[in-house]
Write a protein that binds this ligand. Structure first.
Ligand code: ZN
Length: 150
């Protein structure tokens, strides 16, 4: 059931080609602030925005106690929300637990996965789970990427 979301892929290519393939660099370029704080429980990241269409007033909070590989994915996931879900004004504060994936969560995960794997040679990895783990990408995203890289 692998499929490709062309709209998300277009945005990923635009960002990766023109800005950076590092989510932290892209946040910096766009004026999105990133801060590291200890977050409670299973929360790995949060996005705070007063006006969701104004990226320079957006802050991504990342859990200071989470490993750096995972934080790269979480940062890319939050960046995906910033770029894909502009104007959706109800998402002022988002707690990331990855436990309740709805449409927006899946889109942000797809963005992060496409973005972090941009121009990576997937054929050079014998074990896709090893590759995913090195980028902090949740294993369940494997089913979504087969087609773009095969
Ligand atoms: Zn999310």
């Amino acid at each position: 059931m692998a499929w490709v979301n062309e709209r998300i892929l277009d945005i990923v290519y635009d960002i990766a080609d023109n800005i950076s393939t590092d989510p932290f660099d892209v946040c910096d370029f766009l004026g999105v602030k990133v801060e590291y704080v200890p977050l409670p429980g299973t929360i790995k990241g949060m996005r705070l925005a007063i006006d969701n269409s104004n990226l320079t007033e957006t802050t991504i909070l990342l859990d200071a106690n989470t490993d750096t590989d995972s934080l790269k994915f979480i940062c890319a996931h939050e960046l995906g929300h910033c770029l894909l879900h502009e104007g959706i004004s109800r998402m002022f504060i988002e707690k990331e637990t990855f436990n309740a994936p709805g449409k927006f969560e899946l889109e942000a995960n797809l963005f992060a996965t496409y973005f972090l794997l941009y121009k990576k040679d997937l054929n050079s990895y014998s074990d896709p789970y090893e590759l995913f783990s090195s980028y902090g990408i949740p294993n369940e995203m494997i089913g979504y990427i087969e087609k773009i890289y095969s």
